[in-house]
Design a protein around this ligand. Structure first.
Ligand code: GLU
Length: 374
């Protein structure tokens, strides 16, 4: 329970609200809910920095345009998002202005999180806004991001944002008050979990088959978000957005919702990015000895343990490290060589590298500082 009490020390907070909470199919942006949310956030903002991640652009756009239902075609969804996003922001602006809070719109795409320069740029912009006393209001840039390359849901997006800005806490406000051992609507023995220390298969089982039950994401994407956030050292809470003073009470240590404990070691910002933000550009197959050296002994990856190279990548890309024996991806890292050169030094001893490449370079394929065990 100690961890909950420490929530009072949270200085940088990311709050995510789902479409179900701030919009309704009939009217789009729900003014009353948005005003309540603004008041709740304003109440906890003293001495804290808050980032709001909001869904609801598409629902609001659909209502505005009188489309009579969520469009199927991607361009229509994107058009609806464009209309809805500005309407939604306008409501937030009005609501936060009552509390003297300036807001700023930040629309992110998956590439902003995966491309290193853009990632750093997004981070700098968000932290500058916070420093200036602005409340960033974040959504995915639905208007330009097509389905295949999207983060896809704001649960995962908010976890990326929390990691991006080194938040102390991520709160997902939704229409249920936490993670249950079974569906409370069907099973009277269902019990709410107060705390989850590790996202085990047992925990994952709790949400299988229930994906999509709520809004876009449902519990499955919330667990994915918990996985990302906690692995980045950021605790996460799933709580009901209809609970009165939910944020203030959470920050006072009340056992509201389900708390996901952070993994003890806070990964360095770069390691986080390596682990989660980018799809790997290739795969390195390594032998059992190299796997042990990396996973158990915290060593760097050397060419001698490398048995295969897959994909086209250049030095500096993120690659997956895979056990050639069982095909399991167990690490990711920033690679020091491009794919063609790695093919030449595969299996080589350190002293052979220069001879094989014809130039002097790194000893390690991936230095341990640029390596994350996943
Ligand atoms: N970005 C979407 C929207 O604003 C919602 C995604 C989600 O709800 O997870 O409409």
């Amino acid at each position: 329970m100690a961890a909950r009490r420490q929530l009072g020390r949270v200085r940088r907070l990311v709050v995510k609200v789902g479409s179900g909470l701030v919009t309704s199919a009939a009217t789009g942006a729900d003014v009353d809910r948005i005003e309540t949310l603004a008041a709740e956030i304003a109440a906890v903002r003293e001495g804290r920095q808050v980032v709001l991640v909001t869904s609801g652009a598409i629902v609001t756009g659909v209502a505005r345009l009188g489309l009579g239902g969520r469009p199927r075609s991607i361009p229509e969804k994107q058009a609806a998002a464009a209309v809805g996003q500005s309407a939604l922001m306008w409501q937030y602006d009005v609501a936060f202005k009552r509390h003297g809070l300036p807001i700023g719109q930040v629309l992110l795409t998956a590439q902003d999180l995966s491309d290193r320069p853009r990632y750093l740029n997004a981070r700098n912009t968000l932290t500058t806004m916070l420093r200036l006393g602005v409340l960033p209001v974040v959504n995915e840039n639905d208007t330009v991001a097509v389905e295949e390359i999207k983060v896809g849901d704001n649960d995962n997006l908010s976890a990326h944002v929390a990691a991006l800005i080194d938040a102390d806490l991520l709160v997902l406000l939704t229409d249920v008050d936490g993670l249950y051992t079974a569906n409370p609507a069907e099973d009277p023995t269902a019990r709410k979990l107060d705390r989850v220390d590790a996202i085990t298969d047992e925990i994952r089982q709790l949400v299988w088959g229930r994906r999509g039950a709520l809004s876009v994401g449902g519990m499955a994407t919330k667990l994915e978000a918990a996985q990302k956030a906690t692995a980045s050292g950021v605790p996460m809470v799933i709580a009901s957005g209809s609970e009165k003073r939910v944020l203030a009470r959470l920050l006072a240590g009340e056992p509201i919702g389900t708390y996901f404990a952070p993994k003890a070691d806070k990964l360095a910002a770069r390691k986080r990015w390596i682990a989660f933000a980018v799809p790997p550009a290739g795969r390195l197959l390594v032998d059992g000895g190299a796997r042990r050296a990396l996973a158990d002994e915290g060593k760097s990856l050397l060419p001698s343990g490398l048995v295969g190279v897959e994909g086209q990548f250049v030095a500096g890309d993120v690659v997956a490290v895979v056990d050639a024996g069982d095909g399991h991806e167990f690490a990711r890292g920033l690679v020091n060589f491009d794919a063609a050169d790695l093919g030449r030094i595969r299996g080589a001893k350190t002293r052979e590298i220069e001879g094989r490449l014809g130039y002097r370079s790194f000893d390690e394929v991936i230095h341990r500082d640029n390596l994350v065990i996943v």
